[in-house]
Design a protein around this ligand. Structure first.
Ligand code: AKB
Length: 337
């Protein structure tokens, strides 16, 4: 039996991850979220806890109760929400991650073995200064353009470094060895599109919002320009990427942090696909100049060749398949009454 802690369990990735992990009969999931876990997920987990990752007493009591093999630390405030509440975002995104890393160290000491720590980072760690540079940059590699312009991007970039510190240099001046406590692995996700859930608080949300509005016959005012282009991925691939990175032998991994992506349509191309599936879709493009600037600072594409080489990353869904075989049937089923 493997015991797995998932923070932010009620969020978009949490939904998909819990469903996939629950298919394995050797896994016991402890789900933690600020909001009560959805009823549909409750039967899939061993225990659902409504609580805060900033509550260290709660984390200590969890640590005293369970021997975790792997921690998926998904809880975060996304980019738009983080810009509106930067201090809260810093607390949740940075202090929350620090608390989880400390908990993982405690677990490692108790169990006398390394604890796997899976961390979803984001394309928000990149910051391109203007559209000309974005066009020239093409597929951005992991070490390029690490000059984020949002609180969320800064938080994610710092927490990647924090995870590497805990894996490699934690308490390096202590007499006793303190390495080998945490096996930290991070993915930089692009925008994610799910057929099952609608995101809240992100800036890549225009793609899923457009699709879900069309499926419900609701008009949608897209907050970015038609030519806006960033990488995206269908949610099942995001979940698969986390599971594959978790399962990869450590010796095959040449880095702690990996780009992953699947397709990178413009907002107009997304609209074309949405309109193809829902010919009555009413979409207008009314850019919010401030949110637009955030998306313009993110790369048009990322280079995920390291993930492909090291752990055979390969998305199952390209853009056409994502719409035809996952998103459109999924939202049709979801909104069918
Ligand atoms: C957001 O829009 O903030 C997120 C992200 C790109 O990480 N979806």
């Amino acid at each position: 039996m493997k015991t797995i802690l998932i923070t932010g369990a009620n969020g978009e990735i949490g939904h998909g991850l819990i469903s996939r992990l629950a298919e394995r009969n050797y896994v016991r999931i402890v789900a933690l979220d600020l909001q009560e876990l959805d009823e549909s997920l409750k039967p899939k987990v061993h225990r659902a806890i409504t609580g805060d990752i900033l509550d260290t007493a709660l984390l200590e009591s969890l640590s005293a109760t369970y021997n975790f093999d792997t921690i998926y630390h998904l809880a975060a405030l996304l980019s738009t929400k983080a810009e509106r509440q930067p201090v809260l975002a810093h607390k949740v995104n940075v202090d929350g991650t620090l608390n989880l890393l400390e908990m993982a160290v405690g677990q490692s000491r108790l169990q006398g073995r390394e604890i796997k720590f899976l961390y979803p980072s984001s394309i928000a760690v990149y910051g391109l200064p203007d559209l000309q540079t974005k066009a020239r940059a093409g597929k951005v590699k992991e070490h390029e353009w690490l000059t984020p312009r949002t609180m969320y991007g800064i938080n994610k970039l710092y927490c990647e470094q924090l995870g590497i510190y805990y894996a490699r240099y934690y308490r390096q001046l202590d007499a006793e060895a303190t390495q080998g406590l945490i096996d930290f692995r991070a993915l930089r996700f692009p925008g994610l599109i799910s057929a099952v859930t609608v995101p809240t608080g992100g800036t890549s949300d225009y793609a899923p919002e457009m699709l879900h509005a069309a499926a419900q016959g609701k008009p949608y005012a897209c907050f970015v320009r038609e030519d806006t282009r960033i990488p995206f991925m269908a949610m099942p691939d995001a979940v698969e990427a986390l599971l594959q990175l978790e399962a990869a032998p450590r010796q095959k991994l040449t880095r702690f942090v990996y780009n992953v992506t699947a397709f990178n349509p413009s907002a107009q191309e997304i609209f074309n696909l949405v309109r193809h599936a829902f010919p009555k879709a009413q979409v207008t493009f009314t850019p919010d100049l401030k949110r637009q600037k955030i998306v313009d600072s993110w790369p048009a594409d990322v280079d995920d060749s390291a993930a492909r080489a090291d752990w055979s990353w390969q998305p199952a869904y390209d853009l056409r398949r994502a719409f035809e075989e996952y998103l459109v049937p999924g939202v049709l089923q979801r909104y069918q009454t």
